[in-house]
Design a protein around this ligand. Structure first.
Ligand SMILES: Nc1ncnc2c1ncn2[C@@H]1O[C@H](COP(=O)(O)OP(=O)(O)OP(=O)(O)O)[C@@H](O)[C@H]1O
Length: 471
């Protein structure tokens, strides 16, 4: 299998690792640690005759853990013990490792942000992923895999004009189709501001003078869009947060499905990273944008009326205001999250965008908030490096940005990952912390990823460090 998780209790320690497509993360007593410390612990316990079976000790730690060795059993064990007694170094390790492990709560948590994790290529499995990603003609094309489940409920179609009853609150707009047609000058191409999988987006000015964005569902996909449309409206209407694009109203009449949202005037994050909006984003702006997005997602996961999983976090779904605050848009793919935190939502369709998609969700169809955390990790790497998650114009070894970045990071070259368009020099330690957080978010298995709330807290801590470094 491409995903492997192993854990073993040795004495008072729990040793664990996860390996997904050659990306290995090491844990000691539940804390993410670097390879060196993990191997020391492994070696220590091996001497105590407690060993991981399999390749991890041999391939990663250079230990000889063959079964023959182990079967030497007690004789070997005694020999090791004797060696240890004669060797003060061995004793030193034992004592220091115990101290280190005891202090794990503080020290090892810090390790999360400085640990160079090990990257190992497994060509067959990696190429399967690559094939999937590279076969896509558009590196950021949405992926839509349909798995038919017989009991899937399809919400009833409403054929009359309707404005969600949930929208009767300050700020909502009530429009009928005629008003929308007028505001968009009969969906004039001149007012078109974008196009996505769901449909076309227009900038429109209402009679009141208020400028809004109106999203019009594509007719050719109409039948299929019914579920998505309803889910988008239902979810958006419950959301009220400054880092989330606000739903103002909707029209669902005949063969028109229209969503009216606040207009966010300054383009998408991707536009800015591409330099299409003039000035290139500086580090401070990138950090603030990351914090805004993390706040928006934390709200969806924790504080919305019902838990919401976005499912399509990506740079073209992050809209910027004139003061460069970020708002997360496009909840068309969103689904209500599980009510009970122990449950995971079994999805009927894998939806999202190639490059940002949680590999565990792709495999299991189990949707949790950690899928958004994964996409956020990918987004954070994109914010820092300026590179799209998949970039087919690059040399083969650089096409999957996560892999390229992870490898360079482990080679101690984190600073070189930073977007060359960003001219200012930023403290290397801060860059390392940002990337470490991004990799933690984009860990192959969800168990290893933090919650968004934790991500916000760490970004705030990094922000404080950054401010201090400027003094
Ligand atoms: N509320 C808004 N304010 C300003 N511009 C918007 C707004 N919503 C969308 N846009 C613009 O319209 C474009 C298309 O948006 P849309 O959400 O339909 O598609 P997408 O996110 O690019 O693709 P998809 O969701 O299909 O993967 C965006 O990239 C953005 O430029």
């Amino acid at each position: 299998s491409s995903l492997e998780v192993k854990s073993k209790i040795c004495g008072a320690d729990r040793l664990e690792y996860s390996n997904s497509f050659g990306r290995v993360l090491f844990y000691l007593n539940g804390n993410l640690v670097d390879k060196v410390l993990f191997c020391k612990a492994l070696q220590f316990h091996y001497a105590e005759h407690c060993a991981f079976e399999g390749y991890i000790g041999t391939d990663y730690c250079g230990l000889d853990l063959s079964s023959a060795e182990l079967s030497v059993g007690r004789r070997k064990f005694l020999r090791e013990q004797k060696k240890k007694d004669d060797n003060p170094e061995g004793k030193k390790y034992s004592a220091s490792s115990k101290v280190g492990i005891a202090a794990s709560g503080i020290v090892l948590t810090c390790c999360v942000f400085i640990c160079p994790c090990v990257y190992r290529k497994k060509r067959e499995t990696a190429s399967t992923v690559l094939k999937k990603e590279l076969n896509s003609s558009d590196s950021t094309s949405p992926l839509d895999v349909n798995i038919h489940v017989p009991h899937e409920k399809v919400p009833p179609t409403s054929s009359v004009f309707s404005v969600s009853p949930n929208l009767n609150r300050t700020g909502s707009v009530h429009l009928n189709l005629a008003q929308v047609t007028r505001a968009t000058r009969n969906f004039s191409p001149a007012l078109q501001i974008g196009e996505g999988g769901f449909g076309t987006v227009y900038r429109a000015q209402l009679d009141s003078g208020q400028v809004v964005a109106i999203k019009r569902a594509k007719k050719e996909h109409f039948e299929n869009l019914q579920t998505e449309f309803s889910s988008e409206v239902e979810l958006l209407s419950k959301i009220d947060h400054r880092n989330l694009v606000r739903l103002l109203g909707y029209v669902d009449k005949g063969n028109e499905r229209l969503i009216i949202t606040e207009y966010v005037p300054n383009g998408t994050l991707r536009d800015h990273l591409d330099g299409q909006r003039g000035k290139i984003l500086d580090f401070n702006q990138r950090l603030e944008i990351a914090i805004d997005v993390a706040h928006g997602l934390t709200y969806l996961h924790l504080y919305a009326e019902k838990q919401i999983i976005h499912r399509d976090v990506k740079s073209s779904n992050i809209l910027l205001t004139e003061s460069m605050r970020a708002k997360v848009a496009d909840f068309g793919f969103a689904r209500l999250g599980p009510m009970d935190s122990d449950q995971t939502h079994i999805s009927t369709k894998v939806k999202g965008t190639v490059g940002y998609l949680d590999p565990e969700y792709m495999k299991t169809y189990q949707l949790t908030t950690k899928s958004d955390v994964y996409s956020f990790g990918i987004l954070l790497i994109e914010i820092l490096s300026g590179r799209r998650p998949v970039d087919l114009r690059r040399p083969v070894e650089e096409r999957i940005t996560l892999r390229w970045a992870f490898r360079k990071f482990n080679e101690g070259q984190a600073v070189e990952l930073v977007d060359p368009m960003m001219e200012e020099a930023v403290d290397a330690e801060i860059i390392v912390k940002m990337f470490a957080l991004a990799f933690q978010c984009a860990a192959p298995i969800r168990h290893d990823r933090p919650e968004m709330k934790f991500v916000v807290e760490h970004l705030w801590a990094i922000r404080a460090d950054y401010r201090r470094s400027l003094r």
